[in-house]
Design a protein around this ligand. Sequence first.
Ligand code: SAH
Length: 404
Amino acid sequence: MKSIRLKEGKERSLLRRHPWVFESAVAKGGADAGETVRVEGHDGRFLCWAAFSPASRIRVRAWSFDEAQRIDAAFFDATVRRAIAARTHFAIASDGLRLVHGEADGLPGLVVDRYAGVLSAQFSSAGSERWKPVIADALLAATGATRLFERSDAQVRELEGLPAQTGWLRGDPGTDGHAGDTADTTVQITEHGWQLSLDVAQGHKTGFYLDQRDNRAAFARWVRQLGLQHVLNCYCYTGGFTVAALAGGAARVTSVDSSGPALQRVQAHVQLNGFDPAASTCHDADVNAFLRSGLQEGRRFDAIVLDPPKFAPTAAHAERAARAYKDINRLAFKLLVPGGLLFTFSCSGGISADLFHKIVAGAAADAPADGAILQRLEGACDHPTTMEFPEGEYLKGLAILKQA
Ligand code: SAH
């Protein structure tokens, strides 16, 4: 077994069970990509078993802090089962859910989502990549699913020196006697009783934004409770919040996204759920430009959803991102009627909930508008954050009522 010796004073974060060791903390030692190593303090004492990643600044990712633990197929089997069992504590109103959420589930660099009978996984570290076949078998055994699609095409793989990889990892319909066309990668899930379809090969991330599940339900409730009629859904993707708005009783929903293929599914979702297609209008546009022209044309909305992509992947991008968030939120406050609802989000790891709150408050002041916070919003419960790994927290949002 190869070992990695840390520099003196660099043991602290592992002792607090933070799962990462940066390149600069390593005194000596090395291994192949993804190989299991014994990580030791400067004095040689055991700290953790970990995966080594020679290309990444995050040189080591911990698998276990228990010296007696062997990192083998049984370990992955047990860890995957524990992650899946943890989801049963929550009453998740969907057959689309996250089964493994990386570091928070003790499996750094692994994300696994279940979409009805299909699993979709992303392997984004040298360690998870090395154990891929073992992890794939463990996932099928623990879930009873037979089909597992790989979506290892996130940019972070580059930092690990890994090429992008996508395709069926298990249960390829093309080799199981069916035609291997795109129809095979389309899955339908039922979320809060709504029918939502997605494509594990073409969709964003592993196919869908499961992290917004609870917030879509919350939005439907607020729309109903406040009797909101005309909703603007910005960065709508395939229309999750559009369906939520209609389910909440909205009379009209305007959906905006700059991705044509995503937008094409919005209307299908409206019809699939039995709503009047005439109640839904879609715009293939840049949201910022759409909001500005809406303002010039004197449009007004009773509710606005702002769910933009990650403007700040890390804290280094925070300042520029803050301006971008402030801009769209200021425009949204102006476009809302008094008594209207703003549902605004940031999924940037580089922007804390506190900072996001300040940015939105600044946007309200500039609009100008007064707002009362109805609800603080966060990622769904199957995207947990652990005490040891606060970096895992990324999605935050606010439901704000614009005062009359
Ligand atoms: N609210 C969605 C998820 C939104 S993800 C849901 O619940 O499913 C962010 C979306 O923003 C993506 O669909 C992406 O295509 C879109 N997007 C990114 N930049 C954009 C821009 N400048 N204008 C409009 N849409 C944009």
